[in-house]
Design a protein. Structure first.
Ligand code: ATP
Length: 243
């Protein structure tokens, strides 16, 4: 089966700093893939390149069989790349339903249809009872859920989740895990950045570890967490494995 997403030899430089260095990854249709790695490894930068927020300094990005490297974020969203942001971007002075309508308008230019879609997504994400509340009045776990809801309202083929399970109580995190599984059951492919290994590893089919901007290891979660290179990267002790 062809991959839904591929990055081919992608580099991102910010002046002298190399945030992504020759990163080639692929995500198969229907997979849940975890993108992990220590702080500053280049995970969010790679998300920005995939979503089209930034053009890569070098390399290409193939989505759904098309080279989208030079397409801006809005065009990629139209093609089916949905994303959440690590810093919650919800419009705090708008209601929950209006935030989700913003996402739904990507595909439904008729307001009535966009509203219908937004209600459907709020039911799906368990936020229906909060539809008319201001986004600023949501608790942190609900704000993350709203991020997911708005991304789902764009009807993505690929959903990029940036730390949506981080900073939650164990119960909230398990509710989030259940939502990600439910998303995959609808046929949406998921690529997620997470820090909390014990939550994310049982959820993903495959894990890709970035360190110092490069792909360090990829494979089955159970193998990845035991890999000495990964342990050393998290300990900041890269010399121990000659990396
Ligand atoms: N717009 C930018 N301008 C300059 N440097 C940047 C920019 N964005 C990211 N960086 C740098 O690129 C490197 C990778 O950052 P990035 O946010 O991608 O890492 P990350 O793995 O997502 O980290 P974290 O887990 O802490 O969120 C860091 O050194 C960061 O300071």
């Amino acid at each position: 089966m062809t991959a839904l997403l591929e990055t081919r030899g992608v580099w991102q430089r910010f002046g002298g700093l190399v945030a992504n260095s020759d990163v080639s990854i692929s995500v198969g249709r229907g997979e849940i893939v975890g993108l992990i790695g220590p702080n500053g490894a280049g995970k969010s930068t790679l998300f920005n390149l995939i979503a089209g927020v930034l053009p890569p300094t070098q390399g290409s990005i193939i989505f759904d069989g098309e080279d989208v490297t030079n397409l801006p974020a809005a065009a990629r969203c139209q093609r089916g790349v949905g994303r959440t942001f690590q810093v919650v971007k919800s419009f705090e002075t708008m209601t929950v339903i209006d935030n989700v309508i913003v996402g739904a308008l990507v595909r439904n230019t008729v307001m009535r249809e966009a509203r219908r879609k937004a209600h459907e997504v709020l039911e799906f994400t368990g936020l229906a009872a909060r539809a008319d509340v201001l986004a600023s009045d949501l608790v942190p776990a609900e704000k993350r859920r709203l991020e997911v809801a708005r991304a789902l309202a764009t009807e993505p083929k690929l959903l990029l989740l940036d730390e949506v399970l981080t900073g939650l109580t164990p119960t909230e995190a398990q509710t989030g895990v259940a939502l990600v599984r439910k998303v995959r059951e609808t046929g949406i492919t998921v690529l997620m950045v997470e820090h909390v290994m014990e939550i994310v590893m049982p959820l993903v089919d495959r894990a890709i570890v970035l360190d110092l901007g490069k792909v360090l290891v990829e494979g089955k979660p159970a193998d990845v967490v035991r890999d000495p290179k990964v342990i050393s990267a998290y300990l900041g002790d890269r010399h121990a494995v000659g990396a």
